[in-house]
Design a protein around this ligand. Structure first.
Ligand code: 16G
Ligand code: ZN
Length: 549
């Protein structure tokens, strides 16, 4: 029929390059930008179908995050603003690799029947498109539009250059019937940030020197967006470096570089001793902080995702405690918020120990935002972070409506009570922190607000606990799928015998911990080791690498 011939016709403009085989990995499709046009076109079709199926707005983001500028990628945001539902990933793989337009149409036809997706003309579909600053984004966004447009009744809305979390945020906001423009995003972040800083307890002010914040924009989209945001935050001064003028995206800069290399990015150096510095990644969904300890040091003091998580957890726990402190009379029914902290095996052992000492429930999932996010959504307040700096805090609807009600009651009793302030702070956090996905801009504002609230310098924050020395090694292998893991990637089940051999190595070290896992984004097996000293961590990683090689 008409729909089929339409797809057939438009897909002939986007032939699959010879020998290309792609898979919808941890974070969508990623490859050299030159081979991605057909993939992006097909993901455009998928996004339109997803919109028809869910009768909601869907997002499509063109980015390769922290990867090199010549790479690009595409991923889909579901109606909640989160990652594409995992059930659809096999379909994404199948259509991306369909050899001919006829194969493609067949696959779509089967899938549409299986999923009961109706093309009755009465239903419409809407897909929001965004891209990062990569030059290839320009032609890839065209491919995405044509993909969306090849589905009858589907509308593609090009939102231009955005951070990945901005696009996810917009999709979520649109589907909740909230204001959803880029300006609304800045408005929500800046007003909730102001709310938090207005509630800073008296006397807690970071001194002049500590107030200086310098951000490494990774020569990417975050650099520009953070400057727009800053204009709305009278009072918070942010100096931005690596804004893209002169430097190359992600080259020697950005959160991934800083976290992996534990070295300062370009445009930073010994002259920045003691200053609070932060690094975004190429699409601004990751955030790490760091400082330069002394003018003769070649390394940095890294404040990674685990420590951002710990800062957030301490603050939330403190506010909940204040809120639950009953005054003279009981105002409303007690609601014991279930707080969960979600980490991956990459979380530094010292952070896990610290969080458990605080009395928090800590659970582990495999690497990849979709797993952490899903788990965090099971709590009233779910705080998740990967060590690499991707994370956020999720609040359940039921907790938020309880909190709002509680806030109103407390306000009518006594606006100035500590309990009321705690409720206001928690509500502000829920509006500041991106509920769709990890977001470096909103994360940065929350860090800044909490440091001011606590009266902490970056050094004080860094000293919450001491990271255990660790080492990561990547090993090129013929077939990474030969390694199969379980228990949130901490135990190898295949090949047989490897886990016993790893255990035997680990047993030789104090505070030793080590795991291997196949990368979800590259053709490597990754080895991670931790021990009491750097030498021991290196040697443990080295000996386990020999087992894999
Ligand atoms: C992707 C994931 C990130 C994960 C990383 C691991 C998303 C949005 N991003 O970048 O969460 O840490 O992959 O890469 O899910 P690896 O599997 O190659 O180690
Ligand atoms: Zn990213």
């Amino acid at each position: 029929d008409r729909q089929k011939s339409f797809i057939l016709y438009s897909s002939t403009n986007f032939p699959l390059p010879q020998g290309v085989r792609l898979s919808y990995g941890t974070a969508g499709f990623r490859a050299d930008a030159s081979i991605l046009q057909s993939t992006v076109f097909r993901v455009g079709i998928l996004a339109a179908l997803r919109s028809l199926k869910t009768q909601s707005v869907i997002g499509l983001m063109i980015t390769a995050s922290h990867n090199k500028v010549s790479d690009n990628g595409v991923k889909v945001a579901d109606p909640s603003g989160g990652m594409l539902i995992q059930d659809w990933e096999p379909f994404a793989d199948a259509i991306a690799n369909a050899a001919t337009p006829i194969n493609l149409v067949q696959l779509i036809d089967e899938f549409v029947k299986k999923e009961n997706i109706l093309f009755d003309g009465a239903r419409s579909a809407e897909v929001l498109l965004g891209r990062d600053t990569r030059p290839s984004g320009l032609f890839l966004i065209e491919a995405a539009k044509q993909g969306v447009n090849s589905i009858v009744g589907a509308l593609a809305l090009d939102m231009g250059i955005l951070t990945t979390p901005q696009l996810h945020w917009m999709v979520r906001a649109r589907n909740k019937g909230m204001k959803a423009t880029e300006d609304d995003y800045y408005e929500q972040l800046s007003s909730s940030f102001r709310c938090l800083t207005d509630l800073i307890p008296n006397g807690h002010k970071i001194n002049e020197v500590d107030d200086r914040l310098v951000v490494d924009g990774a020569n990417g989209v975050g650099a520009e967006k953070i400057q727009v945001l800053m204009k709305k935050l009278n009072g918070l001064l942010i100096e931005v470096r690596n804004t893209g003028k002169g430097g190359v995206l992600n080259e020697g800069v950005g959160a991934d570089f800083v976290q992996k290399e534990k070295f300062y990015p370009q445009e930073f150096g010994p002259e920045d001793v003691g200053i609070r510095c932060a690094s975004l990644d190429g699409d601004a969904d990751r955030l790490v902080y760091f400082s330069v300890p002394s003018s003769d040091s070649s390394t940095i003091d890294l404040v990674d995702g685990d420590k951002i998580l710990s800062l957030f957890a301490v603050f939330i726990k403190e506010q909940l405690a204040v809120l639950n402190t009953e005054g003279e009379e009981k105002i409303s029914d007690d609601y014991q918020a279930r707080v969960g902290v979600i980490q991956t095996a990459y979380a530094n052992g010292a952070s896990t120990y610290y969080l458990k000492q605080l009395g928090l429930e800590v659970v582990f999932t495999p690497t990849g935002v979709k797993y952490l996010h899903e788990k965090a959504a099971q709590y009233d307040i779910g705080i998740y972070f990967e060590a690499n700096g991707h994370g956020t805090i999720l609040f359940s609807e039921s907790f938020l409506s309880w909190l709002e009600e509680r806030c109103n009651e407390l306000s009518s009793k006594n606006k100035d009570s500590e309990q009321h302030k705690a409720a206001l702070r928690l509500l502000a956090v829920s509006r500041l922190i991106n509920q769709a996905v990890g977001d470096a801009l909103s994360g940065l504002l929350l860090v800044e607000a909490i440091l001011r609230h606590m009266g902490w310098s970056i050094h004080k924050w860094a000293e919450l606990y001491q990271d255990l020395p660790s080492r990561q090694i990547k090993v090129r292998v013929v077939d990474r799928t030969a390694v199969v893991t379980t228990n949130a990637e901490t135990v190898v089940v295949k090949p047989l015998g490897i886990q016993d051999a790893i255990n035997a190595q680990v047993a030789k070290y104090s505070h030793g911990r080590c795991f291997i896992r196949p990368s979800g984004t590259e053709d490597f097996i990754r080895v991670y080791a931790e021990a009491s000293t750097q030498e021991e961590a290196d040697s443990l990683a080295g000996s386990v690498t020999k087992l894999v090689d």
